[in-house]
Design a binder for this molecule. Structure first.
Ligand code: ADP
Ligand code: MG
Length: 647
């Protein structure tokens, strides 16, 4: 495709994004994946849950002529995906075993007549004669494979039927571009997707895995049920998911929440299909605020207004954890991901891994089985490190997924508990004086030696060089080595001292050093909090202390949205207006028989409650309001805002 064709395709893609979906711009990575797919190139998009993978194929589907086939593993959720698209005025349908014959023929007719742009199918459908006839009639412009990791044995959601996809694609003439999407980042799974789906020289894009609006927390409560109850009670206004390791735990936890008067429902593979569907709907439609579930629940759940995900037990690996936790805050609103950890979780998971049954189509061969078990145990070790680390949780996750991360995000439970702001003016003056005194003797030394001098160490180097006769020798004996090192780092970072870029870097005075001695000088440093000696040695001590109260009253944090920085309107949200808009949304959604978040996301309502649009044009500026939604709901929402302002 020529460059100007590509530019005009992208211009159309932006129009679709704005007019259909009501979004002003693509998120990082989406534009590249859209562009490559539109140029006819196979793509593999690896993005975290909630990052917006769907738009990467939905937008091209609407730019290209012809049908887009979306292969997705979960039948029970296709209807909601289709509803969401239709609410944006997109002609979409799904084909799966849950359709009644009449519905099925209606869908087939629409597809054959070119009145369907996006068709969701379960992989099991692909090989059927009915489907082959259908795609022979309707030219397929694009094939999208959602949750593409399901094709890999090494993923955590292996589905044998995904193996049928390449044959289906081969049968299409001409072969359309194929887009594959997953949140699973391990190299092994990625390689499997490329190979097993037979992607042709795909454009592979791995976006950043950070989800800035998610607040990560790990707690180790003495009393798990009480901790959970306190947390859920503290988040009554929100909808949330509680993941448990076993069906029995799901039953118990759900029961406990219900008896405490909370609106909870449950989901696990032991329940009948009808009940699962009903409970899932209760949750999606906000009739029940809390879903207590095993990991059988959630893949493909696009409910955007999930305010928290609590793991009542530790899952087996960080891929699963991040995927499940990532179901919180999809619409970009601030949300919490809490892991309740107990050491028994490790034993339980080890048992489950080593006693797991052979996987279907998988490791009948004992060597392969052993390899898989070792692989799973290694993943479990990493998960356990996450649960027990004292370091930044967000940083831990990002590094696990192969990304660089700052030492502290300042927002997770570790960063919030482990750091304190200290006035270290005097300490800073002492440290800088030491560098001055050394210079008077014509010496420049490294950070380690400065630390030793200030702490009054009697090591050989100091004594041999007579550094114990410096006036600054031993003046910071009461400061720990790690804190002193950290102080020097901050002094260098803030430019009060220089560090040479030589093989053995040495510390030097600079023109900003003297500023610290001004009468009004003040030097505050954010440093890791030092625990009293009795509490040192891991988070265990701290966890034991933390009662359930600690969980419910998490420290207030800056509201962070999906794009990291707080939005400029965030502070202007009128809570009463938000409630009115929410009530209106509930009414419209129930009249239409749709989940509330399909009408508008919480993020869109919050923006409305802050910007208070008065005209259709102003309403269109709100992220998530496109042409169709404006037409359907605009008048109602504008009237509601008017009424509120006129009160
Ligand atoms: P994923 O499949 O990657 O888990 P989804 O496709 O379900 O994520 O998208 C998550 C949410 O992000 C949805 O509510 C979607 O509408 C929203 N979203 C996606 N792309 C954008 C964008 N460019 N601007 C604003 N919101 C977006
Ligand atoms: Mg998705």
């Amino acid at each position: 495709m020529a460059a100007d064709d590509s530019a005009s395709c992208m211009a159309r893609a932006h129009d679709v994004l704005r007019q259909r979906f009501g979004y002003a711009s693509f998120r990082a990575g989406q534009d590249l994946l859209v562009e490559q797919l539109l140029q006819g190139r196979d793509c593999l998009g690896v993005m975290p849950t909630g990052a917006g993978k769907s738009l990467c194929y939905q937008v091209p589907a609407l730019v290209l002529e012809g049908l887009t086939v979306v292969i997705s593993p979960l039948i029970s959720l296709m209807k909601d995906q289709v509803d969401a698209l239709r609410s944006n005025g997109v002609e979409a349908d799904c084909l799966n075993s849950s359709l009644a014959p009449a519905e099925r023929s209606a869908v087939l007719r629409r597809v054959a007549e070119g009145r369907c742009r996006i068709l969701y199918v379960a992989p099991e459908r692909l090989g059927t004669p009915e489907f082959s006839r259908l795609v022979a009639q309707a030219p397929v412009a694009l094939v999208a494979v959602d949750e593409a990791h399901c094709i890999s044995h090494w993923g955590h959601d292996f589905r044998p039927s995904y193996g049928d996809i390449p044959r289906f694609i081969d049968g299409l003439d001409p072969r359309p571009a194929v887009g594959a999407y997953t949140a699973t980042a391990t190299q092994r799974v990625r390689a499997d997707i490329e190979r097993l789906l037979e992607l042709r020289a795909p454009f592979v894009l791995v976006t950043g895995f950070d989800r800035a609006n998610l607040h990560f927390a790990v707690e180790r409560p003495r009393d798990r049920p009480a901790a959970l109850l306190a947390f859920v009670q503290g988040h009554r206004e929100e909808s949330g998911i509680v993941y448990c390791a076993t069906r029995r735990a799901v039953e118990e936890v759900c029961e406990a929440l219900c008896s405490a008067g909370l609106a909870a429902t449950r989901y696990h593979a032991g329940l009948g299909e009808e009940e699962r569907r009903a409970n899932q709907d209760d949750f999606l439609y906000d009739r029940k605020a809390v879903m207590v579930a095993t990991n059988a629940f959630g893949m493909g759940i696009d409910k955007s207004n999930v305010g928290y995900v609590v793991h009542y037990h530790m899952p087996q690996n960080l891929e699963s954890y991040y995927q499940e936790a990532g179901r919180a805050g999809r619409d970009g609103s601030p949300a919490t991901c809490l892991l309740l950890y107990g050491p028994a979780d490790v034993q339980t998971n080890t048992y489950l891994i080593t006693h797991s049954e052979e996987r279907e189509g998988g490791d009948a061969d004992p060597v392969a089985r052993e390899e898989r078990i070792n692989n799973d145990l290694a993943l479990l070790r990493q998960m356990t490190f996450y649960a027990t680390t004292n370091d930044c949780l967000r940083g831990f996750i990002l590094r696990y997924f192969g990304e660089a991360a700052p030492v502290s995000c300042g927002d997770c439970s570790n960063c919030l508990t482990a750091f304190e702001d200290l006035d270290m003016t005097i300490e800073a003056q002492k440290a800088v004086s030491c560098v001055f005194r050394l210079r008077e003797r014509g010496r420049s030394v490294g950070k380690a030696l400065i630390t030793d001098i200030l702490r009054g160490s009697r090591n050989r180097r100091i004594l041999e060089q007579g550094l114990d006769t410096l006036t600054t020798y031993g003046i910071m004996a009461d400061c720990s080595t790690s804190r002193l090192r950290a102080l020097l780092d901050v002094l260098i970072e803030k430019g009060h001292l220089d560090l040479t870029e030589t093989e053995y870097p040495v510390v030097r005075i600079n023109e900003r050093s003297r500023a610290l001695f001004a009468p009004d000088a003040s030097f505050t440093v954010k440093l890791p909090k030092e625990k009293p000696p009795s509490e040192r040695g891991g988070r265990d001590g701290r966890g034991e202390k933390d009662g359930p109260e600690g969980l419910a009253s998490a420290p207030p944090r800056a509201r962070r949205t999906a794009d990291g920085a707080p939005s400029d309107w965030e502070a202007d949200i009128d809570p009463q207006l938000f409630e009115r808009l929410r009530t209106l949304r509930t009414r419209l959604a129930s009249e239409a028989g749709m989940p509330a978040y399909i009408v508008f996301t919480n993020a869109a309502l919050r923006e409305m409650a802050a910007r208070k649009p008065r005209t259709p044009e102003e309403l269109l500026q709100v992220s998530g309001v496109g042409a169709t939604k404006l037409e359907r709901y605009g008048a109602d929402f504008l009237a509601c805002i008017q009424e509120h302002l006129a009160r």
